[in-house]
Design a binder for this molecule. Structure first.
Ligand SMILES: [Zn+2]
Ligand SMILES: [Zn+2]
Length: 136
């Protein structure tokens, strides 16, 4: 398999580069999808007055305004990963559906090592806990 490493994170809907918890490392990305309607542009979150609406529940083609619902859109995409496997310590490349699964209780994308077939979970990054308001 020969994956193309993204030239810019602007090409990607998702990009991560991290050290894995149990050794090894991983880079993973998901390319933005070419509009299936007009084939002239890549789809992205809607842009209103020059600002991307990060929290929008849909993806839109900037050329023809073709719209897909967020979940349905993301489920058609493929996550690509290059890694140093924490299980067999070889370098590899794999792909998986861009869809989170629960792995050991944590929402993750799961790629399978092309050498040893072990699961390499890409866990959702935990947001820093919000400061609790002081209670009286
Ligand atoms: Zn389009
Ligand atoms: Zn492996």
């Amino acid at each position: 398999m020969a994956l193309r490493f993204p030239e810019s994170v602007d090409e990607c809907l998702y990009f991560t580069n991290r050290k894995l918890e149990h050794g090894g490392s991983l880079k993973a990305w998901v390319y933005k999808k070419q509009c299936p309607e007009c084939d002239k542009a890549v789809m992205g979150k809607p842009v209103v007055k020059g600002k991307v609406k990060i929290r929008a529940k849909e993806y839109v083609c900037p050329e023809c305004n073709y719209t897909e619902e967020k979940i349905a859109h993301e489920e058609t995409l493929t996550l690509e990963a290059q890694y140093n496997c924490p299980h067999c310590e070889k370098d590899g490349e794999s792909t998986c559906a861009y869809k989170r699964k629960t792995y050991q209780g944590v929402s993750s994308y799961i790629v399978l090592c092309e050498h040893c077939g072990e699961k390499i979970p890409i866990t959702k990054k935990m947001k820093a806990p919000k400061k609790k308001k002081a209670k009286k």
